[in-house]
Write a protein that binds this ligand. Structure first.
Ligand SMILES: [Zn+2]
Length: 90
């Protein structure tokens, strides 16, 4: 149960999240949670022969991102990133 005035159901984030994820994320800069290296996703290493896409850090080879899409649903795992900085001026 949500009681604070500044707390909303997660559905309220639909608009802002749609706005963010409609951009080219390969230009976004992410920080590797393992080694701290920051670089654009386009500069990372992509393995596309796994079940889905796996993006690894170019510095330490840690998994940064996993994306699996079965055509009706997609799973996005960002656990390997401390953050993802998205340039909104694209
Ligand atoms: Zn790393």
């Amino acid at each position: 149960m949500m009681t604070a005035d500044n707390v909303l159901d997660g559905n309220a984030a639909a608009g802002p999240l749609l706005e963010i994820f409609s951009v080219d994320l390969t230009a976004a800069h992410g920080r590797c949670d393992e080694c701290g290296r920051v670089c654009a996703l386009a500069e990372t290493v992509l393995y596309n022969h796994a079940p889905g896409l796996v993006i690894r850090c170019v510095g330490c080879d840690a998994v940064l991102l996993r994306l699996v899409d079965n055509g009706t649903r997609a799973w996005l795992d960002l656990r390997g990133l401390s953050y993802l900085q998205i340039d909104r001026a694209q």
